[in-house]
Design a protein around this ligand. Structure first.
Ligand code: GLC
Length: 732
């Protein structure tokens, strides 16, 4: 392949090389500010000149074939196009939003979900997805937390690798595998105040130990592309950041694929005040290692000139083009540019029953039981007089979540439809609208904050019901890109509706549909059963109904902390100890005068319909490995899945380490009364950290270790890691 690339490169004019570095948006969907420059006519001409390397947001085998034909048959060298799209959690059949999937802690199911997405996307001509998003975030105000795997780098790294495996499969040239894209490099999830596109200002240890690991995991897994981020990092935009793109990604980590900019992030370097103008932005970005320009038209307009002026070397151009051509070869596009345009596959595979089955499976596994007082759940299948209240109960769009570009409207199974599979005793009252007016991927959602005319009917229904299922939360487009919130409560009049229904009937099951952690302190104090169902995708209603009626016992665990109050945010489990962590007589310790430091629900938290007991934590420091084990018993009457989590604390180190770090988990089913010994080995990869020079090191000393059902509950042990053991770990 390298030989072929070298030969092709040798034939290309400078314009044709630069053309490969140019990505245009298609003419159907925009996922960013609609392009102000350029017009379809110009774009078509560039396609025919071979001055376009990729297009995004073009899907459907006919559309793709049309574009591909123009490039392959219309241009001198006939280099095929990459067709990129945001296939974030499914394409037509939608799986749960990624934050929900992370709550399943089921890496096989997550890989399967990405596999299904790749099969449907490739059937419609897409050969590159802008996923997995692997940005760690600790701030639920940021709307894009729905798109990632939460606050923890260990879980985030495993989830990211699983999704890359699912998208890219074993053979990238196969017609049902697509190139993946780890994004957004780097630090985007740390936008200040949770406000999207805001400044990022984080320390070196956070960068190396929290932000980088999921990206490194995706690179090690062979992800073919990386997308850089909109934000500054230490005053330098990621798109123009040589440290990020060349020193770390391409040199230190040996990344062989290519980096695509985020939408117009190249042009935005002028807005940041980092580039003088678009030409200067092109020069800074390409020299910093940004290989492909999404929708700025900066490269196609200025790179040839910059090379002629000696401000950019042709070697720099050749390196970028080589990387892009490599991915096209690996996708098999030079063998058959129309490989992904097979009409038969689209008809056969879109919405395939196997995909619905996979979507249902991961949806059930993503549900987290937050509270279940007096075992109100699961419901008896003969339960009479069930009243369902809330705007999201009948909603067939919101459960599809945000980032559902390719999907069809109203294709989610609503909870009402799911419940009707169990009983026709269901009576429904919406209670209130969640939003007023239109709501779409690129339009603001207007929340209903006054309309309470439906309350009366809802309260009457509650009075006449034995059990009330309240379905509340966020509209599908109240989270996602450009959807930051300053408050994290139930939007609009929903909290008032919940409290007024509670006045007449306390037997409430609160079913939440939301794209981010919410503040639920009132509900936690008053409502007996609370089920976190996120936005579960196409099979949402069936998954939730099966959990409500006990055909599936919930086993999800929170991948992100739920705060008591937005004022605590950012709040996360793997925090530093600080110098004043514990209450003193006076006020001089790290706390608030108006709220606890504790979250409402911690990272890793989730209940079951059964109960689990942990016993006999043992640490075996044998001659060549360190094994920590524990016994887990199902002490309830139902079979159930548990995620046993292992956390460590490196008590003293050359840079302070967090009070807890997830370094292992096992998910398993236990029958009633069954016990299981769960083992974890602690090696170099679990006990080390990155120092401020970016080197991964392991230091001897005392460690605490916990194994338990969440990040706050578990049996504790401790051990001393000796110098000779550290040496031995590195000798392996
Ligand atoms: C958007 C997002 C990015 C997405 C890209 C293309 O602005 O930031 O995640 O992949 O543009 O749609």
């Amino acid at each position: 392949m390298e030989e072929k690339i070298k030969e092709l490169l040798g034939k290309m004019t400078l314009e044709e090389k630069v053309g490969q570095m140019n990505q245009y948006n298609g003419f159907w969907d925009v996922t960013g500010p609609p392009p102000k420059v350029g017009n379809p006519k110009v774009k078509y001409e560039h396609l025919q000149k071979g001055w376009v390397g990729s297009v995004l947001n073009v899907a459907g085998h006919e559309n793709v074939r049309e574009f591909q034909k123009m490039a392959v048959e219309g241009s001198r060298l006939g280099i095929p196009l990459l067709f990129g799209m945001d296939v974030i959690h499914g394409h037509k059949t939608l799986t749960p939003i990624p934050l929900a999937e992370a709550a399943s802690w089921d890496l096989q199911a997550i890989e399967k979900s990405a596999r299904v997405a790749a099969i449907e996307a490739s059937a419609r001509g897409i050969n590159w997805t802008f996923a997995p998003m692997v940005d760690i975030s600790r701030d639920a105000r940021w709307g894009r937390v729905m798109e990632g795997a939460g606050e923890d780098p260990y879980l985030g790294a495993l989830v990211g690798a699983a999704r890359v495996r699912g998208f890219q499969g074993k053979d990238l040239a196969a017609e049902d595998t697509i190139a993946a894209c780890a994004k957004h490099f780097a630090g985007y999830g740390f936008a200040e105040a949770g406000r999207d596109y805001n400044t990022v200002d984080i320390g070196t240890s956070t960068l190396y130990n929290i932000v980088f690991p999921p990206f490194k995991s995706a690179i090690d897994r062979g992800v073919k592309t990386v997308m850089n981020a909109f934000n500054l990092l230490d005053g330098v935009p990621a798109t123009g950041n040589e440290f990020l793109q060349r020193d770390i990604l391409k040199d230190k980590w040996g990344f062989q694929g290519f980096i695509v900019s985020d939408w117009a992030s190249l042009a935005e370097m002028t807005v940041h005040g980092f580039a003088r103008d678009l030409k200067n932005a092109a020069q800074l970005a390409v020299n910093a290692g940004s290989d492909m320009d999404m929708e700025s038209s900066a490269y196609i307009t200025y790179l040839c000139e910059l090379v002629r002026e000696g401000k950019v070397t042709e070697n720099t151009i050749d390196d970028a083009v080589r990387r892009i051509l490599r991915v096209k070869y690996e996708l098999g596009l030079f063998d058959d540019p129309y490989r992904y345009c097979n009409a038969g596959r689209e008809e056969k595979l879109i919405y395939h029953p196997d995909h619905k089955k996979a979507a249902l499976d991961i949806a059930k596994k993503s549900i987290v039981l937050l509270k279940n007082k007096n075992h109100l759940l699961p419901l008896d299948k003969n339960q009479p007089k069930i009243g369902v209240i809330g705007p999201l109960a009948g909603d067939k769009n919101s459960p599809l979540g945000s980032w559902r570009l390719g999907s069809d409207d109203n294709t989610a199974v609503s909870l009402l439809e799911g419940l009707k599979e169990y009983t026709h005793e269901i009576r429904y009252a919406k209670g209130a609208d969640l939003v007023v007016g239109k709501a779409s991927f690129i339009e603001e959602v207007e929340v209903n904050t006054t309309g309470k005319s439906g309350f009366k009917e809802a309260i009457e229904l509650a009075k006449a019901s034995e059990v009330v299922i309240m379905v509340l939360g966020e509209h599908g487009f109240q989270s996602g890109e450009g959807r930051s919130r300053t408050r994290l409560g139930l939007p609009g009049v929903q909290q008032a509706l919940l409290e007024e229904v509670y006045q007449v009937n306390q037997n409430i099951i609160l079913v939440l549909m939301n794209g981010r952690p919410l503040t639920l302190t009132w509900a936690d104090e008053h409502i007996p059963a609370i089920l976190e169902t996120w936005h579960l995708g196409t099979q949402s209603g069936h998954a939730i109904a099966q959990v409500l009626f006990g055909d599936h016992t919930p086993g999800g665990k929170l991948p992100m902390t739920f705060p008591r109050d937005v004022g605590q945010v950012p709040i996360y489990y793997n925090h530093y100890n600080t110098g004043r962590p514990t209450p003193e007589q006076e006020v001089f310790w790290s706390h608030y005068i108006d709220e606890s430091n504790q979250p409402l629900y911690p990272f890793g938290y989730g209940l079951s319909y059964t109960t689990f007991a942990y016993s006999d934590l043992t640490i075996d420091d044998t001659e060549d490995t360190l094994v920590v084990s524990i016994w887990v018993t199902n002490t309830g009457e139902r079979a159930g899945e548990e995620v046993a989590q292992l956390y460590i604390r490196d008590r003293v180190a050359s840079i302070a380490r967090p009070v807890k770090e997830l370094k292992g988990f096992h998910k398993f089913m236990l029958m009633p009364g069954e016990s299981k010994k769960v083992e974890f080995s602690l090696e170099r990869d679990e006990l080390g950290f990155y120092n401020l020079q970016g080197d991964y090191i392991v230091e001897p000393g005392l460690f605490d270790v916990w194994i338990g059902t969440n990040s706050q509950e578990g049996l504790q042990g401790s051990f001393e890691l000796k110098e000779e053991r550290v040496k031995e770990m590195w000798s392996k």
